[in-house]
Write a protein that binds this ligand. Structure first.
Ligand SMILES: C[S@@+](CC[C@H](N)C(=O)[O-])C[C@H]1O[C@@H](n2cnc3c(N)ncnc32)[C@H](O)[C@@H]1O
Length: 358
């Protein structure tokens, strides 16, 4: 097993084109960094620049900008995200080419790469065949690796689902870690929950991987500490909502009304039964909410039983009240909210990164 992992790590190197010559060069760069000869000096008042990859609707961007970073470039190939994204950010606007179609040379200079990349399964078998997996899609993690290799930013933040770590018995994650390390990055990772680490009443566990070129910075970096949850979902939901969100006159009403009996709890319809969540907390908002209509969390109020509105889902991801939603179908908006991140959690991580990079 160990040998297999070593082999695959070797392959990882080959795939992203790391060769000894470059390694030597890179080491040289690191040594110079240590001596402080070519350590880029932070110009006073200049903000560190980020690129927002797999940007969705910009949740990671908001968190980093709140922490004092500036966005130099944003990309996501989902055109419906562009509608929401461009309404909320004046510049840079969302570039909607596939990340594979953007020549890396074209990217502006930046200090940090940010990306909540989609978790595509990649088996070691498929991976040995090269960059492209069996279905011919490139694995997006390797595109990130290529960008890191060519642009050598100071640091990065990657976000993904919690079980990326356990995928394929940990082999996928081992490849990711080895690849990042071969590229000259020191990394730390942690699973954080929005309800324990961001004072947002959503039970959402995600893995965050941070990487720094400078080992000392990585050693110094600490993920944010747990903080008390002082708010309930009720602090994020409106008293009134459009009639279309209510189940009162819908066929499902009869089947769910007896089980949905508290105004302090969030429920979900799971095809055959009503699931009750932890008091005051919303379950993980997911990208498939709203498709099929039944996965959107349900609440009860004085007027009846209804699902959360798209706006409430964005608020329960910690998006600012003033965040504008486009004129898109609700299903698209639910998808965007569920696919995004919990903004205050990102801000807390970004603040910790800034502290060690400054
Ligand atoms: C998990 S979502 C990230 C959401 C984002 N963090 C946010 O705050 O909204 C992953 C995103 O990757 C985008 N994506 C997938 N493949 C892509 C590609 N080849 N090029 C560019 N974007 C891609 C998807 O459209 C999706 O919005």
């Amino acid at each position: 097993m160990k040998k297999k992992n070593q082999e695959s790590a070797q392959n990882a190197k080959a795939h992203i084109g790391i060769d000894r010559e470059k390694d030597k060069h890179r080491q040289g760069t690191l040594i110079k960094f240590k001596k402080g000869l070519n350590m880029p000096r932070k110009r006073k008042g200049k903000k560190m620049k980020t690129i927002d990859l797999f940007a969705g609707v910009g949740g990671i961007r908001i968190g980093f900008e709140k922490a004092g970073f500036e966005t130099a470039f944003a990309n996501d190939f989902d055109k419906t995200c562009k509608d929401t994204y461009d309404r909320n950010f004046s510049a840079p606007k969302l570039d909607t080419r596939s990340i594979w179609d953007i020549p890396i040379k074209e990217l502006p200079e930046f200090d940090l790469l940010l990306g909540g990349f989609p978790c595509q399964a990649f088996s070691i078998a498929g991976y040995r065949k090269g960059f492209k997996d069996e279905k011919g899609r490139g694995n997006l993690f390797f595109r990130i690796a290529e960008i890191l290799e060519e642009k050598t930013p100071k640091a990065f933040l990657l976000e993904n689902v919690k079980n990326l770590r356990g995928h394929d018995n940990g082999k996928t994650f081992a490849i990711i870690q080895k690849t990042l390390s071969d590229l000259g990055y020191h990394t730390k990772e942690k699973v954080l929950n929005s309800m324990t680490h961001a004072n947002i009443p959503q039970n959402r566990e995600r893995i965050f991987i941070v990487g720094f070129r400078d080992k000392k910075q990585c050693d110094k970096f600490e993920f944010p500490e747990q903080i008390p949850l002082t708010r309930s979902f009720r602090d994020f939901t409106a008293n009134e909502a459009d009639d279309k969100y209510y189940y009162n006159d819908k066929p499902l009403y009869k089947r769910i009304k007896d089980d949905i009996n508290s105004e302090e709890t969030v429920y979900q319809w799971r095809r055959q039964y009503v699931r009750t969540n932890k008091k005051g907390v919303v379950p993980t908002l997911t990208a498939n909410m709203g498709t099929g209509g039944h996965n959107v969390p349900i609440i009860k109020n004085h007027k009846g039983i209804r699902k959360l509105t798209p706006k409430e889902c964005f608020l329960l991801q910690g998006f600012p009240e003033k965040f504008k939603l486009g004129h898109l179908a609700d299903s698209k908006l639910y998808h965007q909210a569920g696919n995004s991140v919990t903004v205050p959690l990102i801000e807390r991580i970004a603040t910790q990164m800034k502290m060690v990079l400054d």
